[in-house]
Design a protein around this ligand. Structure first.
Ligand code: PLP
Length: 455
């Protein structure tokens, strides 16, 4: 396997694109080496610019749940494109996509946008307008796109808070400015309106709401976090973490926002809502619902959604929103996602998860695997860690061991997320042959990781 052409393309890309990529994690910075430039994809496989075929466990970071170049999706896209690609006027296709989302989830109305970032950005504006309040609560390690107000999940303030539990929350409540921006260019004044709490820490949530509840517009959470690796929402005294969050929000007149950009239509036909049944006030969607095209959405009760322009005065708009080609891809994808799909995806995920456990155990490599439906991830955590409930624990990973594992898998023809903090994604196209390629690659990769482990 050579990556000569990818190297040449990467060199060329860096002349005209910062870091040679249009989204940072694609650059392989966390694992080292040259990112593979992709020439084509079909079913469960990517073909890179050097002609190497790789089993794809990234699936475009979630959207490609039916695999690449699915014939029915391609047919719908080609037909739609043949009728023109954008009109800037309403179409039947966008109603169909909106209806499919409304039918599967508790939202009554949706507004279509072009990215998950746009969805979460818009939902914050709506929540603030609806409540007349400014503060927003989020969890450390949850990613909601590169919205200024929500880029406060990493960096010193967050790291400190996530390690401090209730004490951290008390300090956050004392001084909301503790939520420091994760990126230069995000004004401190913006993230000073954002309270960052440790995930799964109920006491921290209670404390923050006790102190500042009457100023909190909304709490936004990943429905089941997948952006610090997959972290399962805990259950305490029979109450699911999302149910607890919805209850606390209700008690304080704040809105509960469930970000289902990653989990929506992936972890079940109705996303994480289909798993825990907790009804949010507002929801965001993306990835799977766009069928591999730029489409996302946010939605909620009609009474809240009617605050948006042109009915209400909360402004929100987009030149390409509800794009007819993206809507056709999304609607066709959602129609193909019946219950059987999720059973098959779950079975494939179980096969891989247990193969990982076997290979890592045989190599003597401590680890934790966690799932949300067919979305799962492997944490390269030390032996004393038996579960990863939050970002602070996820950060105890051995990223050097992960990098060695990643490259050994890549050399064996398996394309994993180039980061230790990402979920592995499967599609219905991952058949026996694709899964066996992964399973057969695991033992040697686990041994390479064990040899590189820093502990
Ligand atoms: N919300 C969640 C939970 C996500 O995982 C992501 C992207 O990974 C986003 C929002 C942002 O979506 P996009 O990358 O389409 O802007």
């Amino acid at each position: 396997m050579t990556d000569q052409t990818s190297r040449e393309l990467f060199e060329r890309a860096q002349q005209v694109i910062p870091g040679g990529v249009n989204s940072p994690v694609r650059a392989f910075r966390a694992v080292g080496g040259t990112p593979r430039f992709i020439a084509s994809a079909e079913g469960p496989y990517l073909v890179d610019a050097d002609g190497d075929r790789l089993v794809d466990l990234v699936c475009s970071w979630g959207p490609m749940i039916l695999g690449h170049a699915h014939p029915e999706v391609l047919g719908a896209v080609t037909a739609a494109a043949g009728r023109g690609t954008s009109y800037g006027a309403p179409t039947r296709a966008e109603i169909e996509l909106a209806e499919l989302i409304v039918e599967r989830t508790p939202v009554e109305q949706v507004r279509l946008v072009s990215s998950g970032t746009e969805a979460t950005m818009s939902v914050l504006r709506l929540a603030r307008a609806a409540t007349g309040r400014d503060l927003v609560v989020k969890f450390a390690g949850c990613y909601h796109g590169h919205v200024d107000a929500l880029l406060a999940s990493a960096g010193s303030g967050v790291a400190t808070l996530s390690g401090l539990g209730a004490e951290g929350a008390r300090r956050a409540a004392d001084d909301a400015a503790l939520a420091t921006p994760s990126s230069p260019g995000v004004p401190g004044a913006t993230t000073a309106q954002t309270i960052v709490l440790p995930y799964n820490d109920r006491e921290a949530v209670r404390q923050a709401f006790a102190e500042l509840g009457d100023q909190i517009a909304c709490l936004v959470t990943e429905a089941a976090p997948g952006n610090m690796g997959v972290v399962e929402p805990g259950v305490e005294d029979g109450e699911h973490f999302n149910a607890f969050l919805a209850r606390v929000c209700r008690e304080h007149g704040a809105l509960f926002v469930s970000d289902e950009v990653m989990t929506g239509f992936r972890v079940s036909r109705s996303g994480q809502y289909g798993v825990d049944g907790v009804q949010p006030d507002l929801m965001t969607f993306g990835k799977v619902m766009g069928g591999g095209f730029p489409a996302a959405a946010f939605g909620g009760r009609a009474e809240l959604m009617q605050l948006l322009s042109p009915v209400g005065s909360v402004y929100q708009a987009g030149t390409l929103s509800g794009n007819p080609v993206a809507s056709a891809a999304g609607a066709t994808t959602l129609r193909l996602l019946d219950e059987d799909v999720y059973t098959r995806l779950g079975r494939s995920a179980d096969t891989l998860r247990s193969a990982v456990a076997d290979a890592f155990a045989a190599a003597g490599l401590p680890h934790v695997t966690q799932s949300a439906g067919s979305m799962f991830s492997v944490f390269f955590t030390p032996a004393d860690v038996t579960a990863v409930p939050d970002y602070a624990t996820a950060q105890r990973q051995d990223t050097v061991a992960h990098a060695a594992f990643f490259h050994a898998m890549l050399d064996a023809g398996v394309y994993l997320p180039p980061s230790a903090y990402e979920a592995w994604f499967l599609s219905t196209a991952h058949d026996e042959q694709a899964l066996s390629t992964v399973v057969e690659a695991l033992p040697a990769a686990a041994r390479a990781a064990a040899a590189a482990a820093t502990a």
